[in-house]
Design a protein around this ligand. Structure first.
Ligand code: AMP
Length: 554
């Protein structure tokens, strides 16, 4: 397929807001794909992805490189391109305008195909070392030289990972189901197991329902983690199920550990490969686990016998440099509580059977442990475990149905969490501002937004500038810099990727922000980089909190 056709498709669907209509358009495009490779690329590209999120490969191209490539191909100065970005609020449109107005036309004989774009992306992603920057610019320049203005718009957005088409996983899943006449829930199941909609699309196209059913959990490919719902009370839980498996709810970071053929791979809750961040844990895993397993657990930081606050764990999981030093400062322990694979898939077994497997494959040591579990129908037992967990510095307990299968990606009643209450909000970081004086080299305030689940839009609810240490700001500046899509004066806008937990004194009505609400005295608590943007708090939750405080005041 020509990239031109793909770009024209994007241009048409960009104006469509009906999700049903979008899904049928995408289905038609999928059906028109010439081969599996095109089908794979379309499925990912439409969502602004070049690789599945768990894949370690990434383009590593920020706006700086794009500016240089555009300057090379057009002769138009960077400052002019920045003006265009300011004017249109989008680097994609700016790139399109640049190509329309270029002084020199380096007509390329090459017509871009989707496959060619993929080839170049793969080469870019494979570049490392000092000279990679130059080579990346050269490759990008080549891409833009072969692109028409409209192709440049979508190429740019694809490189930045933000297509602005309103096409997310849900729509691509529905499109696969429509295009190849397979049930959506089977597509969803296959997706939760592979986390690669391109692969799922190919399986559905080739062998329909049976193709999807053949998709099984595989070593070193992460499956979506099973999630928990809030429980009102232990008493209520016991009214619904006769027996519950009670475990501590550890306050750390979720991990999925794959150990097979002597190799260890560790994924975070967002399915990022974090193996290299925790080398000392990886060594222990090799000593304590049987080969050929995938386990689910929580990694916590412990110092002097006490759990450290959970942001320390996340700081370790994010870490890319000076890992040994960090390992000394923040020592880790892992508590495994589930198993999904033992030389074959185990997800359909009930928890009580999986637990037996878990106990057989883990030899507990200083660092690696199995979470204690008590199966009970006695409220007093649950309460005493809850108290013990809180006393030990954890969050509460998990109450699990011993008869339930492991349902990847599902937040259901089979796992319930009982926590001590914390009145905070988890909000998406959508922008920020460079600081002043001592803090001028850091982004020192951050704009926050909640999610509107109906439209999928992010609605601003205010800014947070307190609660950060200098260390936090330095780290967040590094973290957010590559996500900058636009800068006007000191204000920057980010690709929404991270969620902050914030405390506040009150929620107020406010016409100043899109959400209609503002946080009074917001204070940063921690980064929730175990949470995806779509897991952040919704506008409904803000309204709910607002109403509840109103009730209190009355
Ligand atoms: P939350 O992040 O509040 O939605 O709570 C769910 C999270 O609790 C899971 O994703 C795990 O990271 C964590 N967790 C801690 N202990 C357990 C446990 N025993 N079983 C399951 N999840 C646990």
């Amino acid at each position: 397929m020509l990239f031109k056709n793909f770009a024209e498709f994007c241009n048409v669907v960009e104006k469509i807001s009906s999700t049903i209509e979008l899904a049928s358009r995408v289905a038609a495009l999928m059906k028109s794909a010439e081969d599996d490779e095109d089908l794979y690329n379309i499925s990912l590209f439409l969502m602004g992805k070049v690789y599945p999120s768990w894949d370690e490969r990434e383009l590593g191209v920020g706006i700086g490189l794009i500016y240089e490539a555009l300057e090379n191909v057009s002769g138009i100065k960077k400052s002019k391109i920045e003006d265009l970005v300011r004017e249109h609020g989008d680097l994609g449109i700016a790139a399109e305008k640049v190509l329309q107005n270029r002084a020199m036309v380096t007509l390329s004989s090459e017509e871009l195909t989707i496959k060619r774009v993929r080839e170049i992306f793969d080469e870019i992603a494979g570049l490392v070392g000092e000279r990679s920057r130059k080579r990346k610019i050269l490759l990008l320049t080549g891409l833009y030289a072969a692109a028409s203005p409209i192709e440049a718009r979508y190429l740019t957005r694809l490189i930045l990972g933000e297509m602005r088409l309103g096409i997310g996983e849900g729509i691509v899943r529905d499109a696969i189901s429509k295009a190849f006449n397979v049930p959506t829930d089977l597509v969803e199941r296959a997706y939760m197991i592979t986390n690669d909609l391109g692969k799922v699309a190919i399986a559905a196209k080739r062998e329909g329902i049976s193709g999807l059913k053949q998709i099984k959990v595989q070593l070193h490919i992460p499956i979506r983690m099973m999630l928990a719902q809030n429980a009102e009370s232990a008493k209520e839980v016991l009214e619904e199920v006769q027996k519950v498996a009670v475990e501590w709810k550890f306050d750390g970071g979720r991990i999925q550990v794959h150990y097979g053929n002597g190799k260890v791979t560790v994924y975070s809750r967002r399915l990022e490969n974090i193996t290299n961040a925790i080398p000392e844990v990886v060594e222990e895993i090799k000593k304590c686990l049987s080969d050929g397993v995938i386990l689910d657990g929580e990694v916590i930081a412990v110092k002097d016998g006490k759990p450290m606050p959970f942001q320390h764990v996340l700081r370790r999981l994010r870490r890319k440099h000076e890992i040994a030093k960090m390992a000394e400062k923040i020592p880790l322990k892992v508590y495994f509580f589930d198993i999904v694979y033992r030389n074959g898939e185990l997800i359909d077994l009930p928890l009580k059977e999986r637990r037996k497997h878990l106990e057989e494959v883990v030899k507990s040591g200083e660092v690696i442990k199995i979470a204690d579990q008590v199966v009970t129908s006695d409220l007093n037992v649950i309460e005493s475990i809850f108290k013990a967990a809180i006393d030990a510095g954890h969050e509460g307990v998990m109450l699990k149905n011993p008869e339930s299968p492991y349902i990847p990606g599902k937040r259901g009643k089979n796992w319930l969490k009982l926590k001590i209450v914390r009145e905070t909000l988890d909000l998406v970081v959508v922008g920020g501002e460079w600081g002043e004086g001592k803090r001028s080299q850091w982004i020192s305030s951050f704009e926050l937004a909640c999610v509107d689940p109906t439209s999928g839009k992010l609605l601003n609810v205010g800014k947070v500038a307190t609660g950060f240490t200098d260390e936090d700001l330095e780290e967040f500046t590094e973290l957010f810099k590559p996500l900058i899509v636009r800068q006007v004066g000191k204000r920057v806008e980010f690709i929404p990727k991270y969620v902050f937990e914030v405390a506040y004194q009150e929620i107020q009505k406010s016409p100043k922000y899109e959400s209609g609400y503002a946080l009074r005295f917001p204070r940063f608590v921690r980064i929730r980089d175990d949470k995806d943007v779509d897991e952040a708090d919704t506008i409904e939750r803000i309204e709910q909190v607002f109403r509840s405080q109103f009730g209190e005041k009355k």
